[in-house]
Write a protein that binds this ligand. Structure first.
Ligand SMILES: [Fe+2]
Ligand SMILES: [Fe+2]
Ligand SMILES: [Fe+2]
Length: 414
């Protein structure tokens, strides 16, 4: 994975203020929903690039910030691999289209800074013809640009050289001018499509990063409350994909925050623990639904695949540039003090207090939750298993003792 393209303003040097570039957050989420079993597909980024080039042609000098933000986040409403695959066909089942655009719009409502792009995400598959029939709401032009950019990206077969494909793609888009697509946007796309470089750029992340850096490098800062809302959104997206654990991220965040408080960590660290809790499983979006939804025991191969999730958690959060504690605390939640955890095989001296808290919070939350093959364990059963892990030098005894002594206060009631 490449480094993140968006820098922070000088404010990052202020110890008291916690802030992140909003586009970094959006970029992180975009890359996480594009995670596949075998790596990242970068659909959100590619759509952002195509859409940006069209926007620039049509509206030179105008601000493309919302367009790029919405392109990154346009498909956050997709909640399973099957639906993801379905939307990668040129003509998509109407039910799936409506469900993921409506869900996307609703999810964005959780973050104040993203409310402005809700109509864009809601209408990113609404055809030009249908938009003419809407008279009670304004559909931003960005939605129609993303509609075309998105369909162009799905027409590209990334297993083959791109240049021999361009003629067919242009012809296909032309056929839908005035029906699926806005005619002016189609004309603009055809003009851009004459250049080989335009097509080669679509698969060139270096070019995208150069553009984002130049145009939006130091723009739009998210502060504490925005970060909390955004992390909450990420937690919801992860939990939606796992039908048996619909509030797991939230519960881990809650327990981690309470443990941090009970262990006298600073206000700032308590906040960062909460964010790490919401984000700890974000790499799970790379695990196929067939494994996450499986009710029986996992095969050896499946359990090994699961182990990649915290690796991706690490590199996704790493893109935020300013949240290294959150990155470590979130990504090390399956590491063990004796070095037997995964995927980095860290040892006790590499696991600080935040990482140890997250590990305990994750296990406690998981044991207390109902699963398809068992109901949630009791307090006694949970503590028994945790103490057993302490004895075997897996998790931190001080953290477990703190949990036990304030159990009712630390564990959320439902
Ligand atoms: Fe979509
Ligand atoms: Fe899409
Ligand atoms: Fe996990």
């Amino acid at each position: 994975m490449l480094e993140s393209p968006f820098e922070m303003t000088d404010i990052e040097n202020d110890e008291k203020i916690i802030s992140v570039n909003l586009l970094n957050l959006a970029h992180m989420l975009s890359e996480s929903v594009d995670l596949m079993e075998d790596g990242v597909y970068h659909h959100g980024q590619r759509v952002a690039y195509i859409a940006f080039r069209i926007f620039e042609e049509l509206y030179p000098g105008q601000d493309a910030f919302n367009l790029v933000l919405a392109s990154f986040l346009h498909d956050i409403g997709i909640d399973s691999d099957e639906k993801k695959k379905e939307t990668r066909k040129f003509i998509v089942d109407q039910h799936i289209l409506i469900k993921h655009t409506n869900d996307g719009e609703r999810l964005l409502g959780k973050v104040d800074l993203l409310k402005g792009i809700r109509p864009v995400v809601k209408h990113h598959h609404t055809s030009y013809e249908d938009i003419q029939k809407i008279d009670d709401e304004i559909v931003p032009i960005e939605a129609q640009i993303i509609n075309l950019a998105d369909r162009v990206d799905v027409l590209i077969d990334s297993r083959h050289y791109i240049l021999p494909q361009t003629k067919d793609i242009i012809n296909k888009v032309k056929n839908y001018s005035g029906s699926m697509f806005h005619p002016e946007i189609v004309d603009c796309f055809i003009k851009l499509g004459e250049k080989e470089a335009f097509w080669l750029d679509i698969d060139n992340q270096y070019v995208h990063y150069r553009i984002w850096q130049q145009k939006f490098g130091r723009k739009s800062i998210a502060y504490e409350n925005d970060i909390r809302q955004f992390a909450n959104l990420c937690g919801d997206i992860v939990d939606r994909k796992s039908p048996f654990t619909t509030t797991h991220s939230k519960r881990v965040a809650f327990i981690a925050k309470k443990l941090g408080k009970a262990l006298n960590m600073t206000e700032k660290d308590i906040f960062l623990l909460e964010i790490a809790g919401e984000l700890h499983d974000i790499g799970k979006l790379s695990i196929p639904s067939s494994i996450l939804h499986k009710e029986g025991n996992l095969t050896d191969e499946e359990s090994r695949i699961i182990r990649q999730h915290t690796y991706y958690t690490y590199y996704l959060i790493d893109r935020l540039n300013t949240m290294n504690n959150v990155r470590n605390w979130a990504a090390f939640h399956h590491e063990k003090l004796d070095g037997s955890g995964y995927p980095f095989r860290l040892k006790a001296n590499q696991l600080d207090q935040g990482s140890r808290i997250l590990a305990v919070a994750d296990i406690a939350a998981a044991l207390l939750e109902d699963r398809p093959y068992r109901s949630g364990l009791s307090k006694d059963q949970t503590m028994y298993i945790l103490w057993d892990q302490v004895k075997n030098n897996k998790i931190d005894g001080d953290v477990v003792r703190t949990l036990e002594s304030s159990f009712e206060h630390i564990i959320p009631s439902n």
